[in-house]
Each structure stands twice: as structure tokens, then as C-alpha cells.
Design a protein around this ligand. Structure first.
Ligand code: DGJ
Length: 670
């Protein structure tokens, strides 16, 4: 699957091929990425070097400009002026690098990244070693092949073999130059309660950037995007898909060059980023995920869904059906009693839910969103029998018990902040701009991570917890780590290195807890989180018609088993719209189903309807959660279908009547 033929490196997956070549000057030239080998490729290979004027020649014995050659990596200073893979501030102050090929290796098993989450179980990995001609630095390029998924995962590592300290100012995970080709981009933007809006634009010149600077992968621009031919549709046409295994500030740029070629880079956002690398230290980038399909956008979804279900979701939850849950948030918000929770759980049990989730409000002195984050001990006024007492009662009903936490945060009005004000991201003696009345903890400080781990372990050990919803409700401001002192530009990235360590420890110590990611809905919906938490709360918007579009957006890059969808009360708490219970179910059914409403406010016929919905869902959830999903072209709305063996389920939304229907093997489900 990975071969070196002559000077060519050839990487093959089931339906795709990726080729690059060792050039005479020691650089690597990109030759082709797309459908498996055919005539077309040879032509591309011949025409890949062009000479233009007003450029810089690399050297006397290689009198071409790096600007004119499709490359596999690039730096500043030797003629290529486009977006580089890496920018290093050398010890002498220069930012010119000149990496040339040294050696390669093909390995069967790919090793895990040491500081970041990784995909697993690749078929083969190619490691290219490059060395800088002048500065004793090693740059490694990693390419992992996931044959069945048609995915190639790329990442890089810089090793400082010199005796001087250097600084990395920019380090992308992947760079690829597509020659003689421009694209239409499909990306997904949004905001709170309005995630994953599909946006398409034809790229003809200049640079198009998809990035986040919220301190999370963000709902503003999800890191997943696609590049296609102009006429590519759901089922036809060529398309490339891209994503990043990272939850922090990300950056992708798609640059249409002066030669009408396209350079694509993906990686950590270099805004306010710099990383010091001392002698013998190294730095690794997050993994970039690339796929190609000639079967339209559905082809990309198929590849990405397969890849995520089999190589991102951790083994314990791989292809494992997800429970139907009942969440207390929209039923009670902060205002609940043990008795009220148990009444709700009982009703849940009667209609068939399997897991009861106690959301925000159970800890410290939490009465609203202004206090107690950080104080992870039970609120005895609300829960006089503690978490254990409540959990035992829930378990006695035959339901599993789940809990909400927001461990990365602290309220100024909390015992934790009163004792450790310097554990929060604060700039000394400066006023902080608050988000939801809370601040972000400086988890780079090992004492703080230790506190979070110990607090959570105490909670998780206190009762029989099966599920944890992990929230993150604000974006970064006044970014400053009191712990890092004079290395502040490392804050955003080091934050995620620490967070991943915490998550890794917890999922290893509690392998059977189902963790659900959340960031006020989808403000951190990405492959980094999915490596630890198999599912994510997709959005706080539960209005079925708005939710349709949100789920439709996610479906392009993420499998249905990765997002949770709840049926809530009407009028909807955000939109005030009233929709039939059937519509709310039909939409929520296409994902991991949950209910988030006070069932005690419903009448008998509504409860009976919910009972039937849950029965139906349980019967077909394996098909829904893990079957092959497709979006079908439908002029009057949206049509989703899922296939598994001889089973087919469809959800159709008709724009004109604003109604939904579900069909099972062609038969209408009423
Ligand atoms: C935001 C989440 O998206 C909601 O579902 C809920 O858990 C609240 N936070 C609780 O504060």
C-alpha cells in the first residue's frame, strides 16, 4: 500500500492514490492525489514544473523556483512565498529554513502521538526524515494509510538536534499543492444554537481561511471542510475532505496561486502562537485527516464516517450502541429536588429510557450560572442523600445514572477561586472579561490538573456512574497562564496538551463510562474530543426544524453515532415554536436519541407516543447509529437514508408542508 518506486513515494488506499517525488535538489514535489492511477496522472507529472519570471532560483544546480513547483512541504526563505508548512525563528534570528530529504521508513504500526490524541490501527505508515542544511534540525513527515476508509493521516514533528534554543512560529500538520486545479469549497460556519451551516463558494484567486480563535475548535468554523469540482453533487463528482484531530485554535488556508494551482494547509492557528524548543526537545503537530472520493459529497461522508467509527472512537465504544437517555436540563434547569428528579426518572423508565442524566446544578452552592464551578461536592440542600442516594434510586428503577460536569471552569464566586485565585486564567490585577460569569482554569499548571483529576475521581467513585456530560461554556479571553510566565504564546496549545492528558487519564481509569462532549452545544465538536468522548451534544437548539439543518451539516463530516439529538418540550425554549411530537422525534431519531423535557407535564397519549418512539428507535438503532448514511437530492426539502444489510430507513422533510416522515424499508412509520 505504501511503495517507493525509483524516486516516487506512492501511497494507496482502496480507491485513492497519493504520490510525491524526491526532486534533484532534495525537496519533495507533490505529484498527485485522487482517483487510483490512470493516464491523467502521467500528464500531471510531466507538467508539474513551470517556469515563470520575477521569481527566485533555488540554486545554480537546481535553477527552478520553489514558487513554481508543487511541493509536499515548504518553508520561508528559499523562493516559495506561499503559506509554509513551518516557520522557525532560528537562534541567529533568521526565519529561513532549508530542509532536504535524508531518509525514509515504512512501518506497520503507527506510534501514538505523545502529546496529542491520535487515530489508531492504520494499515501502514511512511516516515520521511528531512534535515535542515544549516541548523541541525530534523523535520519528520508522517503519512498513515487507512485503506478501507480511503483516508490518509498526516502529521509532522520537529526535533532540535542543535545546542541552541529555537522558536517555532508556525507549524502546520499538512501541506499539499494540487496542480492545475482550482476548487469550490464547502465549509461549515455558525454560532451558539446555530452550528454547522453549510457554505459554498468558488475559489478563483487569493487565500480562503477557515479558522478559530476562540480557544476551541469552535462553532464559528468547524475544522472539517471539502474541496470539490464546481459541478460535484451529493452523489457525483470529485471531492476532497479535510479535518484535524485537534480541539484548540485551528487554521486551514486554501490558496489559489498565481498559476491557478491550489495550496492547502491545515494545522494549529499560529495567531498568538510561538513554541520554544530547547536542545534535544521536539514538537509534534496534530494529525490532519485527508480523504478523496469521486462519488460526490456522500462519498466523503462515507469515508469520514467509517474512519471516525473505526479509527477515532476508542475501542471500548467502537460500534457500540448508545443508550436512550433522559436529561434533566430543559426539564428543571437549576431548580430541582431529589423527589422531582426521581419522579421524572420514574416516568422515563415507564416510557423506556435507559439512562437518566442529572445536568447542571447538583454541586457546591449552585443556584444559577453565577457560582460554584470548581466546587465539585454535592449540594446537600438539593440532594440530601448525596449522589449515591440518588444514583441508587435511579439504578433501582433499572436505569443507568449519568452526571454533568464542567471541570475546566471556575466561578469567581466559588470556594476554589477564593482559595486559589491564581489557578484561573487571569492577567495579574487586570479586569477580566467574563463569559457566562465564569473563567477558565489554568490547567497547564500541574497542581490545577491534579485538582481536577482528584475532584472528578472522587465524584466518579462516589456512586455507580455510567455516563458523564463534559461541558465547556465559554470562549477564551484575557488569555494568560499565570503558570507559564514568560512563555505566554504557548498557552493555547499547552492548554490542550494538558486537557488531553486529563481526558486520557480518566478514560483509561474509567473505561466503561460513556463520556459526552459538550461546549454549550457544538462549540468544540471535533476529532480531538471524539478520540476520548465517543459522542458530543451537537447543539443547544432542539427546535426540530432548525435542528434539521444543524444535523444535516454535521452529517457531511461526522457519523450519526457521534452526535446526540434530544426531543424537547413545545413551545421550544429557544424559538418558542410548537411542532408535533412526531416531527421532533423524526429529526432526533437520526442520531443518538435522547429526551430533555419534563415528562410529568405530558398527557397519557403523548407518553404513549414517546413509548412507541423509543421502542421503534431501540429496534432500529444499530441501523441508525452505524448504518451507511446518505443525503439524497430532494428539491422540496431534505432526505436522509441509512442502509445496513437489507435494511433501509429514511427521513424526509417536506419544505412546503413543513412535515417530516420516516420510512422503514419503504413503509411509512406513523
Ligand atoms: C450548556 C449545555 O449545552 C446545556 O445542554 C446544559 O448542559 C447547560 N450548559 C448547563 O449549564
Amino acid at each position: 500500500m505504501i511503495k517507493k518506486i525509483g524516486r516516487n513515494f506512492i501511497l494507496e488506499t482502496k480507491n485513492t492514490i497519493y504520490i510525491f517525488k524526491l526532486l534533484p535538489n532534495g525537496y519533495l514535489g507533490h505529484l498527485y492525489y485522487g482517483d487510483r492511477f490512470d493516464e491523467k496522472i502521467f500528464q500531471n507529472i510531466k507538467s508539474n514544473i513551470r517556469r515563470t519570471g520575477n521569481t527566485v532560483e533555488y540554486s545554480d544546480d537546481f535553477p527552478y523556483s520553489l514558487e513554481d513547483i508543487p511541493l509536499e512541504y515548504s518553508t520561508y526563505g528559499k523562493g516559495d512565498i506561499k503559506e509554509p508548512l513551518i516557520v522557525i525563528r532560528n537562534y541567529d534570528g533568521s526565519n529561513t529554513s532549508d530542509f532536504i530529504y535524508d531518509s525514509y521508513e515504512i512501518v506497520k504500526e503507527k506510534s501514538k502521538l505523545e502529546t496529542l490524541p491520535s487515530s489508531y490501527n492504520c494499515d501502514e505508515q511512511l516516515i520521511i526524515n528531512l534535515v535542515d542544511k544549516y541548523y541541525n534540525l530534523k523535520l519528520q513527515l508522517f503519512y498513515s494509510i487507512f485503506y478501507e476508509s480511503n483516508v490518509i493521516v498526516k502529521s509532522c514533528k520537529l526535533v532540535n538536534n542543535s545546542d541552541k534554543t529555537i522558536k517555532i512560529e508556525k507549524f502546520n500538520s499538512s501541506l499539499i499543492d494540487m496542480h492545475n486545479k482550482t476548487f469550490t469549497i464547502t465549509s461549515f460556519f455558525g454560532n451558539w444554537g446555530n452550528e454547522m451551516n453549510k457554505h459554498q463558494i468558488k475559489l478563483t484567486a487569493g487565500k480562503y481561511v477557515i479558522s478559530s480563535y476562540t480557544g476551541s475548535s469552535s462553532n464559528r468554523n468547524n475544522p472539517f471542510f471539502m474541496l470539490s469540482d464546481d459541478d460535484t453533487s451529493e452523489n457525483k463528482g470529485e471531492c476532497y475532505g479535510f479535518n484535524l484531530v485537534y480541539s484548540g485554535n485551528h487554521y486551514s488556508s486554501i490558496e489559489t496561486t498565481q498559476l491557478q494551482r491550489t495550496r492547502i494547509v491545515q494545522g494549529i492557528n499560529s495567531e498568538n502562537f510561538e513554541f520554544e524548543i530547547n536542545p534535544n526537545e521536539d514538537f509534534e503537530t496534530p494529525e490532519a485527516v485527508l480523504t478523496f472520493s469521486s462519488c460526490g459529497f456522500n462519498g466523503i461522508s462515507k469515508n469520514m464516517h467509517y474512519f471516525i467509527n473505526n479509527h477515532i472512537i476508542r475501542e471500548n465504544f467502537k460500534n457500540k450502541i448508545r443508550p436512550v437517555l433522559l436529561n434533566s436540563w430543559e426539564a428543571f434547569y437549576f431548580f430541582f429536588t431529589e423527589e422531582g428528579l426521581l419522579e421524572l426518572a420514574e416516568k422515563g423508565q415507564e416510557v423506556g429510557v435507559e439512562l437518566f442524566v442529572l445536568d447542571d446544578g447538583w454541586f457546591g452552592n449552585r443556584k444559577n450560572d453565577q457560582s460554584s464551578l470548581g466546587d465539585w461536592y454535592v449540594n446537600q440542600d438539593k440532594l440530601p442523600n448525596g449522589l449515591n442516594g440518588l444514583c441508587n434510586e435511579i439504578n433501582a428503577l433499572g436505569l443507568k445514572f449519568g452526571l454533568w460536569v464542567e471541570p475546566e471552569m471556575v466561578n469567581v464566586n466559588s470556594d476554589l477561586y477564593r482559595v486559589h485565585p491564581n489557578w484561573a486564567m487571569n492577567i495579574n490585577n487586570k479586569k477580566h472579561s467574563e463569559g457566562r460569569n465564569q473563567r477558565i482554569l489554568d490547567i497547564i499548571n500541574p497542581e490545577v490538573s491534579e485538582y481536577i483529576l482528584n475532584s472528578l475521581k472522587r465524584v466518579f467513585n462516589s456512586c455507580n456512574i455510567s455516563y458523564v456530560k463534559w461541558d465547556f461554556n465559554r470562549i477564551f479571553s484575557d488569555v494568560y497562564s499565570p503558570y507559564l510566565k514568560d512563555r505566554q504564546k504557548e498557552t493555547s496549545h499547552r492548554y490542550y496538551m494538558s486537557l488531553y492528558k486529563i481526558m486520557d487519564t480518566l478514560v483509561n481509569e474509567y473505561p466503561d463510562i460513556l463520556f459526552e462532549g459538550c461546549a454549550g452545544g457544538g462549540n468544540r465538536f471535533d476529532l480531538g474530543i471524539l478520540c476520548y468522548f465517543p459522542q458530543i451534544w451537537a447543539s443547544d437548539k432542539t427546535d426540530a426544524l432548525d435542528r434539521l439543518m444543524i444535523q444535516n451539516g454535521y452529517s457531511y463530516g461526522y457519523p450519526l453515532s457521534s452526535y446526540t439529538c434530544h426531543v424537547s418540550i413545545c413551545p421550544n425554549h429557544l424559538t418558542r415554536r410548537t411542532l408535533p411530537l412526531k416531527t421532533r422525534f423524526d429529526v432526533a431519531c437520526f442520531g443518538n436519541l435522547g429526551y430533555e423535557l419534563n415528562l410529568n407535564l405530558l398527557d397519557e397519549s403523548e407518553l404513549e407516543e414517546i413509548k412507541k418512539q423509543i421502542e421503534f428507535y431501540k429496534k432500529h438503532r444499530e441501523l441508525i447509529q452505524f448504518g451507511q448514511f446518505e443525503r439524497e437530492e430532494y428539491e422540496n426539502g431534505i432526505k436522509w437514508s441509512i442502509l445496513k444489510e437489507d435494511q433501509k430507513i429514511e427521513m424526509i422533510y417536506h419544505n412546503d408542508t413543513q412535515t417530516t416522515e420516516i420510512r422503514l424499508n419503504g413503509e411509512k412509520y406513523e
